[in-house]
Design a protein around this ligand. Structure first.
Ligand SMILES: Nc1ncnc2c1ncn2[C@@H]1O[C@H](COP(=O)(O)OS(=O)(=O)O)[C@@H](OP(=O)(O)O)[C@H]1O
Ligand SMILES: Nc1ncnc2c1ncn2[C@@H]1O[C@H](COP(=O)(O)OP(=O)(O)O)[C@@H](O)[C@H]1O
Length: 208
């Protein structure tokens, strides 16, 4: 715990940066089971935003665990620290004026809620972090199993796998919920468009 620390103001603020970028910084936080399509949606959303001239950056759980979070595993306390760190980094990206897309399982409700911006001193009370819940059934995620991890978890070769022997606490008050319709998962582009419509309605894609 640091003591005797002070806040250093900078001459160029979020408002000036947003004007340069013609957008408003925010965080799209994608949560859901492994295999639910978080990374796929993050990539599709980033591409769709790019074609509209909007700057985004993806913070993907798997990728960050190669660097920033390489000291963390999958025990509960490690996941808590993982979400806390990514929450702080995401808010810095938003403060920089970018549309930050965080895609992590983020299984625990309390940790996701703790990322909401009112806990962060750089921001006003206005909400700039939106939860997108990939509400795909375990059955679907397990059938996809692109990395073979569910198979290993079922065989007991991975312990504490989310959805198998570690909990996933679904959001109670997410801003956007994406789910299967008549047993079909919407396409990544359709889901990205839903998120973009939300950002547009909230004014995040408007010129400053
Ligand atoms: N035990 C266990 N449980 C869940 N996931 C596991 C586990 N071990 C490894 N993996 C792989 O790690 C990816 C999830 O990392 P995250 O940082 O998003 O996880 S968390 O938010 O801290 O729970 C996850 O990526 P996704 O499949 O993209 O979700 C897996 O590839
Ligand atoms: N909307 C979708 N429709 C069909 N398949 C999808 C969709 N989204 C993701 N997938 C497929 O499901 C698998 C898991 O997606 P991924 O984005 O890696 O999930 P996560 O990041 O949540 O683990 C991949 O093989 C991907 O191609």
């Amino acid at each position: 715990m640091s003591t005797n620390i002070f806040w250093q103001e900078s001459p160029i603020g979020k408002t000036e940066r947003q004007k340069l970028l013609n957008q408003k910084g925010c965080v799209v936080w994608i949560t859901g089971l492994s295999g639910s399509g978080k990374s796929t949606l993050a990539c599709s959303l980033s591409r769709e935003l790019y074609t509209r001239g909007k700057l985004s950056y993806i913070l993907d759980g798997d990728n960050l665990r190669h660097g920033l979070n390489k000291d963390l595993g999958f025990k509960a306390e490690d996941r808590v620290e993982n979400i806390r760190r990514v929450g702080e980094v995401a808010k810095l990206f938003a403060d920089a004026g970018l549309i930050c897309i965080a895609s992590l399982i983020s299984p625990y409700r309390k940790d996701r809620d703790a990322c909401k911006p009112f806990t962060f001193r750089l921001f006003s009370l206005k909400n700039i972090l939106f939860d997108v819940y990939m509400n795909m059934s375990l059955q679907l995620c397990e059938a996809r199993d692109p990395k073979g991890l569910y198979k290993l978890a079922r065989a007991g070769k991975i312990k504490g796998f989310t959805g198998i022997d570690d909990p996933y606490e679904s959001p109670l008050n997410c801003e956007i919920e994406l789910k299967e319709k008549e047993g079909e998962c919407p396409s990544p582009v359709a889901m990205a468009e839903e998120v973009i419509a939300y950002l547009e309605a909230k004014g995040f894609l408007q010129n400053q």
